[in-house]
Design a protein around this ligand. Structure first.
Ligand SMILES: [Zn+2]
Length: 482
């Protein structure tokens, strides 16, 4: 959890139909929205993405990615768009394009890149989605997808009514466009052309796809790569790219790969989840940055999202969400919450929690599907009022009230020095002093990640070979205190 953000679902006016020429195909298309509106939507959505997920605080890396993206975008059919390329502080392996050229890559995908040309191929592909106006036509179809929490519970529709789904992160309301396979094929082709025009070796596009494939295999069925969820993979992507390479005229030469240039940028970059934004030690949630901790009921499932920490009961019939409710004092923030239309306040308890100013109230909420019951708690700490909302069906509140109450009462200052000092794992670079296998490398230079991950992030198979003088990534640190 990073910060509280108010999330509004894009209420873009999608009914506007206009006639416009597609810059890539040259064809006249119906129902494309005017460019000015495209820019407006893109800018607004990009602002929400940044506010919700946050950017990596590394100015040099941001500039590097931005400069590279800008250079490639200049080669496209829409060089004059307000292009922007930013790195999100997100361990997920993903990249996406919002309308009008607002493009994001995650630090997660960056750690799997091995050359500037590979990154150029990712950016080129995303630029392709923008220039071919895939995102615009998606918006025309009003396909506003939301990233779901997997809260497949009966509570969801009722929570929506009170905006509790936003609190639970179930309706982040970000504009995540899902493209079709034809769009993907076209973006691959466009990205290939753009990177080539800029002088990058397009064979690196094939190796980038191979890495994403390996990543998908490593994470298995349980971990659908985030990239794949927004960019469904066309078949034979690697082979199609290599066929394109084979057709290049022999005059094409001197293409750049830029392995060391990219690697240098990744040195020291955080890898995986950043525990400074909160981490679980069993059922206890520690937040080193905001210096508090909280204990959820035993056997519940937890998720630490950028905007809230959410816990769901084992059978999915109850939920507890923790987020920041702003600077308002606990009582007035709490009064506001229980004064919402449709909510009836129950017993109010005004007593400090572990020495912190606090206010809590049981409540009932009437919905079409029946009654919900819960406990809303507000605790002041570190200049912020923290909100802990626990909800279940009205009939189950009595059974769960003890769990709800215990969770609220467990909120306390984090004082453990080790927990406060926790740091994320990070990428570090090693120059191989001789030829060796990935396995030998891992023994010589220990990493805090599995061998498959180490191989994949270096663009290799598990049995792959590292050559003398090659710069290799490894991951160190990130151990959580017991
Ligand atoms: Zn795509």
């Amino acid at each position: 959890m990073k910060q509280r953000t108010i999330l509004l679902v894009a209420a873009a006016s999608l009914a506007l139909a206009a006639c416009a020429t597609n810059p890539v195909t040259g064809k006249t298309e119906l129902s494309l929205i005017p460019e000015a509106q495209e820019i407006e939507i893109g800018r607004e959505e990009a602002g929400k993405v940044v506010a919700t997920i946050g950017l990596v605080q590394e100015p040099e890396l941001q500039k590097y990615v931005s400069d590279l993206g800008m250079a490639i975008a200049k080669e496209s059919e829409r060089p004059k768009l307000p292009w922007s390329f930013q790195v999100l502080d997100d361990p997920a392996v993903n990249a996406f394009a919002l309308p009008a050229g607002f493009i994001f890559v995650t630090r997660g995908i960056l750690t799997y890149m091995t050359s500037e040309a590979e990154l150029a191929s990712v950016l080129g592909h995303e630029i392709g989605h923008v220039t071919a106006k895939h995102s615009v036509s998606q918006i025309s179809k009003a396909q506003l997808a939301t990233i779901g929490l997997g809260l497949g519970t009966v509570l969801y529709p009722e929570m929506q009514k009170y905006g509790l789904d936003q609190l639970a992160g179930a309706g982040l309301g970000l504009l995540f466009l899902k493209f079709g396979r034809d769009d993907e094929r076209q973006s691959d082709k466009l990205g290939f052309d753009y990177m080539l025009r800029r002088g990058y070796d397009p064979r690196e596009m094939a190796s980038m796809f191979r890495t994403l494939e390996r990543y998908g295999t490593n994470t298995g069925a349980s971990g659908v790569p985030e990239w794949a969820s927004t960019h469904p993979a066309p078949e034979n992507r690697v082979a199609v790219t290599m066929e394109r390479v084979a057709k290049l005229p022999p005059t094409v030469s001197g293409l750049s790969i830029g392995r060391d240039a990219l690697m240098r940028q990744l040195d020291g970059l955080a890898f995986g989840e950043n525990p400074r934004h909160g981490y679980f030690a069993g059922r206890r949630f520690n937040h080193p940055e905001f210096e508090f901790m909280l204990e959820f009921p035993a056997n519940w499932k937890f998720q630490n999202r950028p905007d809230a920490v959410v816990a769901v009961s084992p059978n999915g019939d109850a939920m507890i969400a923790l987020d920041a409710a702003g600077k308002e004092a606990p009582r007035s923030a709490g009064e506001k919450f229980v004064s919402q239309q449709g909510i009836t306040r129950g017993t109010v308890i005004e007593e400090r929690i572990n020495g912190l100013d606090a206010w809590r109230s049981y409540f009932k909420a009437a919905t079409q599907q029946g009654e919900l019951g819960g406990l809303a708690s507000f605790v002041a700490h570190g200049g912020t009022t923290w909100r802990i909302v626990a909800v279940t069906s009205g009939a189950k509140l009595d059974t769960l009230a003890n769990d709800f109450n215990a969770t609220a009462l467990s909120f306390t200052r984090l004082t453990d020095a080790k927990a406060l000092a926790v740091q994320p794992a990070h990428v570090s670079l090693v120059r191989a002093d001789r030829d060796m296998t990935v396995d030998e490398f891992a023994q010589r230079y220990p990493s805090s990640i599995p061998l498959e991950t180490l191989a994949t992030m270096n663009g290799l198979d598990k049995g792959g070979k590292i050559l003398k003088g090659q710069v290799v990534k490894r991951v160190t640190g990130g151990e959580l205190p017991k």
